[in-house]
Design a binder for this molecule. Structure first.
Ligand SMILES: *Cc1c(COP(=O)(O)O)cnc(C)c1O
Length: 216
């Protein structure tokens, strides 16, 4: 991460490492925390609930997987950050649940740049509409964008997707919409986080390169 930031002249201290701990048991997550990890990324509410009960909130927990609307109520108290806002109904439900609790949800909009049907996220054409709908909501704050490019063996092939996410972020920022910040770009995983950082990632989501191969 440090080297990639250096190559692009970015400040490495501004780039957050989200250690993706899906399928990894609490004891091994604790080891990662002892080694300095401060943010954990989980994909499933149920799995995260168990680990958060064991490990606690001394670290940040980020929801990086697809979030179903009917899990919104649990998600807002479990997670410090949600990377995967992919529709107006989900954003509205999170806002409603957060209002009931008197809290504010911090979140990113997940963009599906490849149009792959198997990927979650909102199309780049629909992002602006979602942003305008969510901007007035008082209990959810959108702080940036997230994406997951198609899988490539060659990290360079993911670069165009990272560039497109950054350009989309810049376009939204230019609109100057009240209540919308575009500080964060969550992009890059074990195979391509270096390229993502060169293209402006502020959060990288890295699982395998920290914990090794996952066994499901
Ligand atoms: C699993 C996962 C990651 C981490 O993938 P690795 O290749 O193991 O680093 C990152 N982001 C999301 C959304 C994931 O589901």
């Amino acid at each position: 991460m440090d080297k990639a930031a250096g190559r692009a002249g970015h400040d490495p201290r501004k780039i957050k490492l989200v250690a993706v701990s899906k399928t990894i048991e609490s004891a091994r997550i604790q080891e990662a925390i002892e080694a300095g990890v401060t943010i954990l990324g989980e994909n499933y509410v149920q799995e995260a609930r168990k680990k958060i009960a064991e490990i606690g909130h001394g670290v940040q927990w980020h929801m990086i997987g697809h979030l179903q609307k009917n899990k919104a109520r649990h998600a807002i108290t479990l997670f410090d950050y949600i990377h995967s806002i992919d529709g107006i109904p989900l954003a509205q439900e999170l806002d409603r649940r957060a209002a009931q609790k008197g809290i504010r949800v911090r979140a990113l909009v997940e963009v599906n740049l490849s149009g792959e049907a198997a990927k979650f996220g909102i199309s780049s054409e629909a992002v602006m509409d979602l942003i305008y709908h969510v901007a007035p909501l008082k209990h959810i704050s959108i702080e940036g964008l997230m994406t997951m490019p198609p899988y490539f063996d060659e990290p360079e092939k993911a670069r165009p997707y990272f560039i497109r996410l950054r350009e989309l972020r810049d376009r939204i920022e230019k609109e100057g919409i009240e209540g919308i910040r575009m500080d964060e770009l969550s992009m890059g995983m074990s195979g391509d986080f270096g390229v993502a950082i060169e293209e402006g990632a502020t959060m990288v989501r890295v699982g395998t390169a920290i914990f090794g191969e996952r066994s499901y």
